[in-house]
Design a protein around this ligand. Structure first.
Ligand SMILES: [Fe+2]
Length: 622
């Protein structure tokens, strides 16, 4: 048959626009667990699926629809004796790496080079900075009508991630129950949204949680013993630090001194700098109902809650009580004002039969109802909605933690201690400050960064850096004996008085003339000139506004007399004043005397009547 040129082009275009590069063929009966996405991070994701056969398998993926990248799967076979399934089960797992944050990816699943029909047209989004949303629910895996109706409602949501709160597959957390009552029910959500679960008591009823552990891929903390791996973990998403705990066996062992979970929790919360900290686990510390006397809830209250509150965890999610319950804000067991304590939410209405709510003095609101939680985190505000099976909102909660400055938390940035002199670079330590880390882009320094501002006696301070736990700023050069410092965020203000003195020097570092820091590996030598960099030397010999870099000409020198005390030596500096081109930074230049003994001698700056902290400065005489 002859074909004219136009028809040929038309057929070619039609050919190119048809997705035939990857032929898909149904493999009915082969795929026993549909592809889902797990353990998504800023640059990684895991795709998992299950078949009844082994063989080579892979995931093809890209940011666009071309599916030009490929990654081979690792298959793990489970014989029926291990799974209670009627036939062998093969789990295929691919860890995708090198992804970009906050980016949509398409993926498709292949077996023996053939695309699986159920594994086509899938997508997920990596985590990253900015807003996020999540769903949470517990005690879901009944396989009943209520669970499925809630799952259908949740399919209409567009969460970044989902937090299942334990008891995911009744009654014993077996492989078959996980397939039919968990992965099967949430498949439409799981293929595009990662679930980050925790273990309930029912997960432990089959081989100490073996099916749960085998079927989930979660972040694994380093240095955990094999007994604990996969049972508790933490991860960051946007400006939230999520912590999933296991309130079953690992908690009991930790309380008895034979397990590391509580020590790990303390270290984990101490090391995060995220604005939001959200913890979740199965057994609720504060809820009233059928499990009032559960000894594991008592262990949570006595051993987990104090750690969570010490590190200002804002929200704690649990299940186990088959109802919805929300606590008052709580700190050290007492009810406190909004924004000043931890709120404990129990969400155990994910599908299993409901329990009545009984009174609990710390519970503000409770209802025996099937539901799920829907949360939006936008900067320093978290809005939580509780949705029932008919799509009605049955509770709403907004968390907006107000800024707090620590006791004696305003210090000279160099010495780490009060008091403070005019013009000093200061650090303010606290919590609920900025929503994320942000550095000033340049000079003159901004008066607001990431929604945070600071005033001293009403005057806005120039800011160098802000984070959820620290602010670096400069005090004005004109300031009276005392100053009222006010930190303002979108959620409120915190006032704290600070003591101001004429001079209050602190030393950042001592450097050679070439800029290299003086250290044990690079000691000072007699006769050379050194520079001590610091802040807090007070007034200078010319006008300069806070936030502005010091001029190169004329140099601005310190008005008060400055002396270098080094061991027993008293040295007159060749220069003491503001470092040209820098904001709030002073430098003191001096010559290393001949009479110092070899070794480390403490060096201090004396400015007027004040003396800096000592810093060890080594001298070598050879
Ligand atoms: Fe439970």
């Amino acid at each position: 048959m002859k074909t004219d040129r136009r028809t040929f082009l038309k057929s070619l275009i039609g050919f190119l626009s048809t997705p035939i590069w990857y032929p898909y063929r149904a493999r009915a009966g082969t795929l026993v667990s549909h592809p889902i996405v797990q353990n998504v991070g800023t640059d990684c994701a895991t795709i998992v699926w299950g078949t009844g056969e082994g063989g080579s398998s892979a995931v093809r993926f890209t940011r666009d629809r071309g599916l030009t990248r490929s990654a081979a799967a690792v298959a793990r076979g489970f014989p029926p004796a291990d799974t209670d399934l009627p036939a062998p089960y093969y789990q295929h797992k691919v860890a995708l790496t090198g992804l970009d944050p906050n980016t949509d990816y398409s993926y498709a699943v292949f077996a023996d080079g053939q695309g699986l029909a159920e594994g086509d047209g899938l997508n997920f989004r990596t985590s990253g900075a900015g807003r996020l949303s999540f769903l949470a629910f517990g005690d879901c895996g009944s396989g009943g009508a209520e669970q499925k109706a809630l799952a259908e409602r949740m399919q209409q949501e567009r969460p970044s991630l989902v937090l299942p709160l334990g008891d995911l597959a009744y009654g014993r957390g077996s492989f078959e129950e996980f397939q039919s009552r968990y992965f099967g029910v949430y498949r439409e959500i799981m293929k595009r949204v990662p679930f980050f679960p925790c273990l309930g008591n029912h997960e432990y009823m089959t081989r100490n949680g073996f099916p749960y552990l085998a079927l989930h891929d979660v972040p694994i903390p380093s240095d955990l013993p094999d007994t604990d791996r996969g049972r508790y973990y933490s991860f960051d998403w946007g400006n939230v630090h999520f912590v999933a705990l296991d309130s079953n066996d690992p908690l009991e062992r930790a309380v008895q001194g034979s397990g590391p979970m509580l020590e790990w929790l303390e270290n984990d919360l101490r090391s995060t700098r995220k604005f939001w900290k959200i913890a979740y686990f199965h057994h609720p510390p504060y809820a009233g109902g059928a499990h009032d006397d559960d000894p594991l809830s008592a262990l949570v209250r006595s051993h987990v809650v104090p750690i969570l509150e010490r590190y200002d965890v804002a929200l704690v999610l649990s299940g186990h009580e088959h109802s919805y319950q929300r606590s008052y804000p709580i700190r050290n067991g007492a009810i406190v004002r909004d924004g000043e304590g931890t709120v404990y939410v129990t969400s155990g209405g994910g599908g299993a039969g409901l329990y009545p709510v009984s009174p609990n003095s710390r519970v503000m609101f409770g209802r025996s109802v099937h539901h799920y939680l829907q949360a939006e985190v936008d900067g320093s505000r978290l809005a939580l909605r509780v949705m029932d099976i008919s799509g009605n909102e049955i509770d709403r909660l907004v968390l907006a933690p107000s800024p707090r400055v620590s006791e004696a938390g305003v210090v000279n940035s160099a010495s780490g201690a009060p008091p403070l002199a005019p013009g000093t670079l200061i650090s303010i330590f606290g919590r609920n400050l900025a929503t994320e880390d942000q550095q000033a882009a340049g000079t003159p320094l901004p008066r607001e960064l990431s929604g945070v501002s600071v005033t001293a006696n009403g005057e806005l301070l120039p800011l160098l850096f802000v984070s959820p736990t620290q602010i670096n700023a400069q005090l004005p050069f004109v300031l009276r004996d005392g100053a009222a410092l006010r930190v303002r965020t979108a959620n409120g203000v915190f006032d704290t008085p600070v003591i101001v003195s004429e001079s209050a020097p602190g030393i950042f570092a001592v450097a050679h003339q070439n800029g290299e820091l003086v250290s044990g590996a690079s000691p000072s030598r007699p006769g050379e000139y050194l520079t001590a960099y610091g802040t807090g030397l007070g007034a200078v010999t010319g006008p300069i506004a806070a936030g502005e870099p010091a001029p190169f000409a004329p140099l601005l020198t310190a008005r008060l007399p400055v002396e270098v005390e080094w061991g027993t030596a008293r040295l007159r500096p060749s220069f003491a004043g503001l470092t040209p081109g820098r904001v709030g930074l002073y430098q003191v230049n001096f010559q290393v005397p001949a009479q110092l003994p070899s070794g480390q001698q403490p060096l201090r700056l004396r400015v007027g009547d004040s003396t800096s902290q000592p810093v060890p400065v080594p001298v070598a005489l050879d």
